[in-house]
Design a protein around this ligand. Structure first.
Ligand code: DOR
Ligand code: ZN
Length: 351
C-alpha cells in the first residue's frame, strides 16, 4: 500500500511576464505556458518590435493559433515603447482591449531592445497619458551606461530613473519587472500601492555563482543578471512574505541551444516547462506554501485591475527529472533545471 501523495490545489495562476518569440519557436513554447497559466503578459521584443496595436492584434492571433486544443489561455499583449510612440494609438489600443500594458526597455538594455527608449524624458507625454487612463507600465529596470558595472545596473536605475519617475507621476501604475536586488525590494516596499514587482523562478533559485563557478554556464545567464546570495535571499523573503506587491512573472525566454552556447550568448532562461513546480519548490523550502496562491494567482490580477481566474491547478508531490533539452521548433532549447530533480508536478488544471 502506498500513501496518497501530498497535493496542493490553488486558483489557476497567470504569468505576468514572458517571451514567446514568433514562428516555429513560438508554436513550440506556447503549449508549456497555456497548459499551466490562464493568462500571460507577452513581451513585445520581437524583431521588429511590437509597437502598434495592429501588430499586437496580429501577434495575438498567431499566439492563439498555437494554443493546444482544450487549453483555455488568454495572451495579454504589451506595446514596446520607443522615443516615437504615438500616445493616441497606445490609448486606443488599450481602450480596444488589445494592449494590456506598455513596456519600457531602456535602449540597449537586453535582447531586441535597440529600438527602446533612450531617455524617459522623451516619453513623458506618453507616460502621463498612461497614468491618466490607468494603463500599467512594465519596466525593465537597468541603466545601460557603459561606465556602470553590470551587477549595479538595477540599483543605479532605481536612483537615476525609477525613483524620480514615480515621484513625478505617482498615479502611474508601475510594474518593476524581474527584480534581482535587495535595493529593488526596499524600493518597492517603500513605494505607494501603485508600484509592484514580478520575480522570476531563477532569481529565487540561483545567485551569480551558478553562472560562473566551475566554468561559464550560459544557460544560467539572463538579464538582469543573477546577483550575490544576499540579493537572492532578499527576493525569497519578498516573494514569500505575503506582501501583495510581489507576484509571479517567469521571464521565460527561449533561445536555441546554439544561440546560448556561443561567443556572445543570448540572455534568457527558458523556465516555462516547469515554471509552477520551480516556484513551488522555493515556497516549500521557505515553509511558505500558504503564501503561494497569493503570489501566483491573486496579487498579479489585483495589481493589473483584472478579475481573478475561476479555475484551479493541482500539484502533487512526486519527484521527476527535468529533461536536458526540449523542442524549440527549429532547434532544441535547454530548460531551467535541466537534469535536476523537482519534487512537485502539475497534475491537473480546471478552467
Ligand atoms: O534574459 C533576458 N532575456 N532578459 C530580458 O530582458 C530579455 C529576455 C529575452 O528576450 O530573451
Ligand atoms: Zn523579459
Amino acid at each position: 500500500m502506498t500513501a496518497a501523495p501530498e497535493s496542493l490545489t490553488i486558483r489557476r495562476p497567470d504569468d505576468w511576464h514572458l517571451h514567446f518569440r514568433d514562428g516555429a519557436t513560438m508554436r513550440a513554447v506556447v503549449p508549456h505556458t497555456a497548459t499551466q497559466f490562464a493568462r500571460a503578459i507577452v513581451m513585445p521584443n520581437l524583431s521588429p518590435p511590437v509597437t502598434t496595436s495592429a501588430q499586437a492584434a496580429a501577434y495575438r492571433e498567431r499566439i492563439l493559433d498555437a494554443v493546444p486544443e482544450g487549453a483555455q489561455f488568454t495572451p495579454l499583449m504589451t506595446a514596446y515603447l520607443t522615443d516615437q510612440t504615438d500616445a493616441d494609438d497606445l490609448a486606443q489600443g488599450h481602450a480596444a482591449g488589445i494592449f494590456t500594458a506598455a513596456k519600457l526597455y531602456p535602449a540597449g538594455a537586453t535582447t531586441n531592445s535597440a529600438h527602446g527608449v533612450t531617455d524617459v524624458a522623451n516619453i513623458m507625454a506618453v507616460l502621463e497619458r498612461m497614468a491618466a487612463i490607468g494603463m500599467p507600465l512594465c519596466v525593465h529596470g537597468e541603466v545601460t551606461s557603459a561606465d556602470i558595472d553590470i551587477f549595479d545596473r538595477e540599483a543605479v536605475f532605481i536612483d537615476r530613473v525609477l525613483a524620480p519617475l514615480v515621484s513625478k507621476l505617482p498615479e502611474l501604475k508601475v510594474i518593476f519587472e524581474h527584480i534581482t536586488t535587495s535595493q529593488a525590494v526596499q524600493f518597492v516596499d517603500g513605494a505607494s500601492a501603485n508600484v509592484a514587482a514580478t520575480i522570476t523562478p531563477q532569481h529565487l533559485h540561483i545567485n551569480r555563482n551558478a553562472m560562473l563557478v566551475g566554468g561559464m554556464r550560459p544557460h544560467m545567464y539572463c538579464l538582469p543578471v543573477a546577483k550575490r546570495e544576499e540579493h537572492r535571499l532578499a527576493l525569497r523573503r519578498a516573494a514569500t512574505s505575503g506582501s501583495a506587491k510581489y507576484f509571479l512573472g517567469t521571464d521565460s525566454a527561449p533561445h536555441h541551444r546554439a544561440a546560448k552556447e556561443s561567443d556572445c550568448g543570448c540572455a534568457g532562461i527558458f523556465n516555462a516547462p516547469f515554471a509552477l513546480e520551480s516556484y513551488l519548490a522555493v515556497f516549500e523550502e521557505e515553509s511558505a506554501i500558504a503564501q503561494f496562491e497569493g503570489f501566483a494567482s491573486e496579487n498579479g490580477p489585483r495589481i493589473y485591475g483584472l478579475p481573478l481566474n475561476e479555475g484551479s491547478v493541482t500539484l502533487e508531490k512526486t519527484t521527476h527529472i527535468v529533461p536536458d533539452e526540449v523542442d524549440g521548433g527549429d532547434a532544441r532549447i535547454v530548460p531551467f533545471h535541466a537534469g535536476e530533480t523537482l519534487n512537485w508536478r502539475l497534475v491537473s488544471v480546471t478552467d
